[in-house]
Write a protein of this length. Sequence first.
Length: 463
Amino acid sequence: MSNSDPNDVFPPGTTKLEERHGVESEFKLSPTPSDDPDDPLNWSPLRKAVNFGLTCSYVLFTFVLVDINSLAYRGYMSELGLTYATFNQASGSNFAGLAIGCLLFIPCVQKFWPSPYLLAHLLAGLAGSISEAVVMITIVDLFFVHQHARMNGIFLFMQSLGSTRGPIAAGYIVVSMGWRWMWWMIAIFLGVNLILVLFFFEEPKYIPLVVGHSGRSGLDQESAIKYDDDQKIATPSTLRVATRSTVDARHSRKTVRQRLAFVTKTDMPIVQHFYQPLLILFSFPAVAYMAITYGTILACASAIGLFHLGGFLGTFIATLTVPAQNDWFIVRAAKKNGGVFEPEMRLWMSIPGALLNCAGHALGDARADVALTYLTDCYPDILGDALNSIVFVRNGFAMVVRFAFTPWVTGMGIQNSFILISMLALLTVTLPILLMIYGKRARASTADKYWKYAARQPVHRKA
């Protein structure tokens, strides 16, 4: 565990969660909430639950849509004359579209939120390309650092619910009603979700009229960044302290129409967000770690019908245990560290997930929650572009599996194929250990790049 001292170097992601006053201590919220009642961080639990619930239901139906295709193969073959080779290529092309679509649509989400989210309900095939990034951005908008793991756990559970329970339900629909009704049912559910979004989904983007004081002064390059002549590392010279910001007390509350606005445009240019995610992927170790972990866990080939039940039960157990323990652990770890939170504290909870991964894939999904939350804590100001690159890699992995799995198993045999997969899995589960040792140093060495990319993001809260 990191043992930071306030006089040391504090890279992006380091946050002070506790302020001590003699024998007493005060817990600090991060990001810093304003005094504006329209600030999403100040919303009531019900308003947050409605917004977050709608994004999670969108993820649920998106993953049902993506994973039920293989259930009706016999119907496609008998009624449409589809061959297995064509079917397999079509499945791979689906994930190729998801990978490419995230590069095209997520920049639109950042600039015109939430209209592409609504449009995506009408174009369900392309909708999958933004579903994962949208819910992660919503988590950052609505919740504090000490709540991120639990919210990510709920998101991953809904994702697993769609990809595992969805095919089970769809299998019964195919048997009783025919394969076409499988698609009609998901269209109906997406339509209902669209109606709920139109009438209940509030604008979560917060643009303060007056930017308050922030303990992290990283955007002031001259005063906030210092350079170590020996290591040539650019790092913030002050700690990001979570204190309340100053806002315009005369700021009036939004009307219902403004809260349910179809479009909230930002002034930032959009072109750079089409290529910037790929640059970020190779510039920040935390982003690369998340892409590898998330991609290898969730891009495996789907099974059929009740084979999904075991995966669902494993993910359900992981959702009940790991996220809440992760949030509890980092608060305690920060207290022992002088009130200073380091994102690498999250990685301790990935060790049980790595061990469970050897026993069963589904329980090993706990690693995905840890990796997602670690990325969120490290680089909150560039999360949109970072998630864009991660979803691209994840869907790229899925596309490769779809296209290559059959010839791979045919050429190597089932036993040798799974031995190779096990060795690759072993490499991925060792990544958290490397980041626990070198993660803070990596964040410090990439601080200047982080502030540069953060300055290019749409208007957002300076936590």
